[in-house]
Design a binder for this molecule. Structure first.
Ligand code: TYM
Length: 329
């Protein structure tokens, strides 16, 4: 009998989750949970790679958990847990720092270069090392598939390299995972600058539609989103990146085909298109938030605790093998 594959993914509780996180990551997870063993983490130790307010972080951990649930992650089918509740993640990250990861790997990481910008000398070592913690998250559970947005593919590649190097030295300990990204929607772009990714850590929230945005202000953000020159509504990311991005959002949140939308809007202008998209966003957010508002913080706490109990044994079993293989046991 073929064994059921394992899925692992996670989101940092580091800002207000947006429709990019939903389309690129969470919506894929919801589709996958009926077919695979799914594990979804709130990766709080990744969030502290940049400064966090402790009160705010505590709140965001529950917020992200509630967002998973409101989006349709079913705790009966999937394990939902908080990364810091399982110390094996940080322990394994340390071991990978010493075995399997080269400085040259981390020097190549484009996200580190983007996030550290001109401050490369003063950002935390954690920010530099963050892909190694991500490799530990993934490899700890014999993960087959990692559903993520485009920006995380390079980090999953590193997890594969680390697993291969570790296995070469110590035998067959880790499975080699594979990243899976959506064909459409793997990189939702900023509303005001379609050359940049929509990011939850963006200082200007007019670039993003947050999942918990007030619906009227979300509509306004769509109406104010930049468009391209010309007036045709066609999917052409190279020449019309703004319209391509809005078409992708429309297709994903409105459950339409981009081809179909191009036909429907063949005789219409940007104004009509954005007005309709604003309505799609309004409907999506209203449904989403009505589910979100029914979930209490206590529900979220219980689900995280349940998840911790379910997953602890698996993590500890793998760690015992790892500790033995390197000679500390
Ligand atoms: P994070 O928290 O930045 O983002 C969470 C998920 O959302 C995706 N994403 C996007 N997808 C499409 N368009 C966008 N504009 C967009 N912005 C973000 C991300 O690709 C990601 O899938 N390091 C990870 C979290 C992590 C993780 C893991 C993921 C830690 N350990 C293990 C998978 C497996 C991160 O910072 O994602």
């Amino acid at each position: 009998m073929p064994t059921i594959k394992t899925i692992f993914s996670g989101i940092q509780p580091s800002g207000r989750l947006n429709i990019g996180n939903y389309i690129g990551a969470i919506s894929q997870w919801v589709e996958m949970q009926s077919h695979y063993n799914c594990i979804f983490s709130v990766v709080d130790y990744h969030a502290i790679t940049v400064k966090q307010d402790s009160e705010e972080l505590r709140k965001r951990i529950l917020e992200v958990t509630k967002i998973y649930l409101a989006a349709g992650i079913d705790p009966e089918k999937s394990i939902i847990f908080q990364q810091s509740a399982i110390p094996a993640h940080t322990e394994l990250a340390w071991i990978f720092n010493c075995y399997g990861t080269h400085m040259s790997d981390l020097n190549k990481m484009t996200q580190f270069k983007d996030k550290s910008g001109k401050n490369q000398e003063s950002v935390s070592v954690g920010l530099y090392d963050y892909p190694v913690l991500m490799a530990a998250d993934i490899l700890l559970y014999d993960t087959d598939i990692v559903p993520v947005g485009e920006d995380q593919k390079q980090h999953v590649e590193l997890a594969r390299d680390i697993a291969r190097r570790f296995n070469n030295e110590f035998g067959d300990i880790f499975k080699i995972p594979q990243a899976v990204v959506r064909q459409e929607g793997a990189k939702i772009m900023s509303l005001l600058d379609p050359t940049r990714k929509m990011s939850k850590s963006d200082d200007n929230q007019n670039n993003c539609i947050a999942l918990l945005d007030d619906v009227a202000s979300a509509q306004k953000k769509i109406i104010r989103a930049v468009t391209d020159s010309g007036s045709e509504i066609v999917y052409d990311p190279l020449h019309k990146p703004a319209i391509a991005n809005l078409l992708t959002i429309y297709a994903q949140l409105g459950n339409r085909q981009i081809k179909r939308l191009e036909k429907d809007y063949a005789d219409k202008g940007y104004g009509d298109f954005k007005k309709d998209l604003a309505d799609i966003v309004l409907k999506f957010l209203t449904d989403f938030q009505s589910k979100y508002n029914k979930i209490s913080d206590n529900d979220a706490r219980e689900i995280l605790e349940d998840g911790r109990k379910k997953i602890e044994k698996i993590a500890n079993g793998k760690m015992e093998r790892v500790r033995k293989s390197i000679g500390v046991r």
